[in-house]
Design a protein around this ligand. Structure first.
Ligand code: PLP
Length: 426
């Protein structure tokens, strides 16, 4: 049976660059070759060799209801039967937009796109168009998709004008992106004062979840809001992961922060490709056709994705599973803290709602530099140990662990049992 899987990897590697359609799937940070998934149910993944895993990737965040939730699948089937795309308005889009506006406190109008990358790209263009300024601030270790302006990190030190992270991003583009350490209010204040006349917006993950989970420190988000308001800079909260994840109304609801623009994705598509940008009507109306900022998409507001999104949000608003998810994730996080302490393994376990991370480090992780100082080799052996025991963690030390409403206490107990053994061997 294993032969079949290696054949798949050979074929994929021959015809797809790196064998994958998104780089982190390639297992480069953890060694070995990826597992190929045949199907999934609830919190369980089944690979093409028939092996079962408890899944903590959950498609990198979208599947808060677990895999193949009956109500989502039924909504998708129904939508498909009516046709998969029309390129014209549908009832679902209006219904879905209203649901999002009612759920996320700062959003008055919302435009649907097909991915989180498109959402953040659009938010940046809109912020530039609305303010008439070109520069943006982003934070190291925050990921906002792979568009040119956002694929930038700084060298060390504060307020360094960016160098591109990728070949093919013109330096002229990257120059408009100022990159700063996450959770550093002083560095941020300095950068705003130095660049206030040219800054269109600040974009931030309200809970950083693309360098592992790094929560905002007390006062960080509030400081961003204050400085932006004072200097006519738009605050863009990238809630592609956090909206409907840390709370139904997103991190802005949880922390009481009102951004000018919000980007959404992942959960709002229920596992189908989608993204959205929303915010104050006066800003959103700058988008074409009413305004001069161009944005469009053949499959934007796709009826099948919208149906999956509506079904997902309905279940979430009816069941309000957030307390339960938080309790279960605390059980996992506390369990890992106890195990690593007993084994004298330096660790920092971070957790916000149903997402968490285990960093192999003895410091409290507050920014990307601390993340990079953690022991990646230990993560690699931990990951491999867990995979062998049927636990599928993110194949990179820089990604979050996601729980869903399909995970149970028994699943967490089984996972902690596997962690106890795996961590003994690292
Ligand atoms: C995943 C993610 C994106 C990009 O979304 P895609 O759908 O992968 O393009 C943007 N921002 C954040 C915070 C994300 O987690």
């Amino acid at each position: 049976m294993t032969k079949w899987r290696s054949d798949l990897w050979e074929k994929a590697s021959a015809y797809i660059p790196g064998g994958v359609n998104s780089p982190v799937r390639a297992f480069r940070k953890v060694g070995g070759t990826p597992i190929f998934i045949d199907h999934a149910r609830g919190c369980y993944l089944y690979d093409c060799d028939g092996k079962e895993y408890i899944d903590y990737v959950m498609s990198w965040g979208p599947l808060i209801l677990g895999h193949a939730h009956p109500r989502v699948i039924s909504a998708v089937k129904k939508a498909c039967e009516k046709g998969t795309s029309f390129g014209a308005p549908t009832e679902g889009e209006a219904v879905f937009a209203e649901m999002i506006v009612k759920a996320v406190p700062s959003i008055e109008k919302v435009r649907l796109v097909s991915s989180g990358t498109e959402a953040t790209m659009t938010a940046i263009r809109l912020a530039r168009g609305f303010t008439g300024k070109d520069d943006i601030i982003k934070f190291e270790g925050c990921y906002h998709g792979h568009s040119d302006s956002l694929l930038v990190k700084a060298g060390s030190g504060a307020a360094t004008f960016g160098m591109p992270d990728s070949l093919g991003v013109p330096a002229d583009f990257a120059r408009h992106t100022v990159t700063l350490p996450y959770n550093d209010v002083e560095g941020f204040a300095r950068a705003v004062e130095e660049n206030q006349d040219t800054l269109a917006c600040v974009i931030v993950e309200p809970v950083a979840a693309n360098m592992g989970v790094v929560p905002p420190t007390e006062g960080f988000l509030g400081a961003l809001r204050d400085y932006c308001s004072r200097h006519d800079i738009l605050l863009v909260l990238d809630e592609v992961i956090t909206a409907f994840r840390v709370a139904y109304g997103g991190a802005q609801d949880l922390y009481g922060i009102t951004p000018d623009l919000t980007t959404l994705g992942k959960i709002i598509g229920g596992g189908m490709p989608i993204g959205a940008v929303g915010g104050k009507a006066i800003i959103m109306d700058e988008l074409a056709p009413d305004g001069g900022v161009y944005q469009a998409g053949t499959l934007s507001g796709n009826p099948v994705a919208v149906a999956a999104g509506i079904a997902t949000l309905k279940v979430l608003s009816e069941e309000s599973p957030y307390e339960g998810l938080n309790r279960l994730t605390c059980m996992f996080a506390d369990g890992l803290r106890a195990i690593t302490e007993k084994l004298s393994i330096p660790s920092c376990v971070t957790q916000v709602g149903s997402m968490m991370s285990l960093f192999f480090t003895d410091e409290t992780v507050r920014d990307f530099h601390a993340v990079l100082r953690a022991d990646a080799a230990k993560y690699r052996s931990y990951f491999r140990g867990m995979l062998n025991k049927g636990i599928y963690l993110a194949p990179s030390p820089y990604e979050a662990t996601f729980l869903s409403t399909a995970h149970t206490e028994q699943d967490i107990e089984r996972t902690l049992e596997a962690a106890r053994e795996s961590l003994r061997e690292i």
